[in-house]
Design a protein around this ligand. Structure first.
Ligand code: NAD
Length: 256
């Protein structure tokens, strides 16, 4: 049986290591036959992501720091020069200063607030703008969000506000790009132990709480996020845009 993404090319931003949600997504895309273009953030990650790229059979691995317009422009130019048409883009990127993920939200500094918004929200807008001209036959853009966008999660703080803005950005981008056949959605993943998640103070207690209270009585597997990303990028998701899909063992439904 042909894979769900056979003949499609996907740009995936946000693999830092094997535990990254973007890695699970890339692995699921590979399984379904997608051609992969991966990016890494700067030279520190280069070797690891190139190695993972070889493992995944990626067609291309490039550097792209999304806080730098010139990096995004270079990536766009290179993909254009290579004649690569994109069918899907996965934006799996967020950043906040560690001190803002532990102290009271009211103490967030202006600069800490802005850095979280720049890397975790504006970058989706910048990536969509760079990628859209390469998506000449339409396609799908997917980002990653978290329940902290609409509920108060201890210590998630400035990132919760960034995720609220990210989800709003998904709706505005979906409205702008829909006429070009480009769908824009977010997956709201349950907590998963990754490098970024470890920056949230007492993250392990969030994992424990979710495992006790979620309808499925367990935490989210990265592969479940990968499979939902496949659905959104595939033709099965062709009617879905401007949406936030929860892949969280049902935790978002619980009041207490
Ligand atoms: P991760 O640390 O593996 O991935 C975060 C990625 O963001 C890294 O690859 C990092 O290099 C990249 N990044 C940060 N600043 C960047 C920049 N300036 N330029 C380019 N890349 C940059 O952690 P993850 O948990 O896989 O995070 C991926 C996404 O999933 C994030 O948006 C995160 O908020 C979201 N998410 C995570 C969880 C969780 O519990 N792990 C839950 C819901 C949503």
């Amino acid at each position: 049986m042909p894979g769900l993404l056979e003949g499609k090319t996907a740009l995936i931003l946000g693999i830092a290591n094997k535990w990254s949600l973007a890695y699970a997504i890339a692995d699921a895309f590979r399984r379904e036959g997608a051609r992969l273009v991966l990016t890494h953030q700067g030279t520190r990650q280069r070797e690891t992501v190139e190695e993972l790229g070889r493992e995944l059979g990626a067609a291309m691995v490039r550097n792209c720091d999304v806080s730098l317009d010139e990096d995004l422009e270079r990536l766009r130019e290179e993909l254009h020069r290579e004649g690569i048409r994109l069918d899907s883009v996965v934006h799996s990127i967020a950043f906040a200063n560690r001190e803002d993920l532990g102290r009271p939200f009211a103490e967030t500094s202006r600069s800490g607030f802005l850095v979280a918004q720049d890397i975790s929200v504006y970058s989706l807008v910048a990536v969509a703008r760079a990628a859209a001209p390469l998506m000449s036959e339409g396609g799908s853009i997917t980002t990653l969000t978290y329940l902290g966008a609409n509920r108060v999660i201890p210590n998630y703080n400035v990132m919760g506000v960034a995720k609220a803005a990210l989800e709003a950005a998904v709706r505005y981008l979906a409205s702008d790009l829909g006429p070009r056949g480009i769908r824009v959605n977010a997956i709201s993943a349950g907590p998963v132990k990754t490098a970024s998640a470890r920056a949230v103070k007492d993250f392990t207690s969030i994992l424990d709480f979710v495992a006790q209270r979620a309808p499925l009585r367990r935490n989210t597997e990265p592969a479940e996020v990968g499979d939902t990303a496949v659905f959104l990028a595939s033709d099965l998701g062709r009617g879905v845009t401007a949406n936030v899909l929860y892949v969280d063992a049902g935790f978002q439904a619980m009041g207490l």
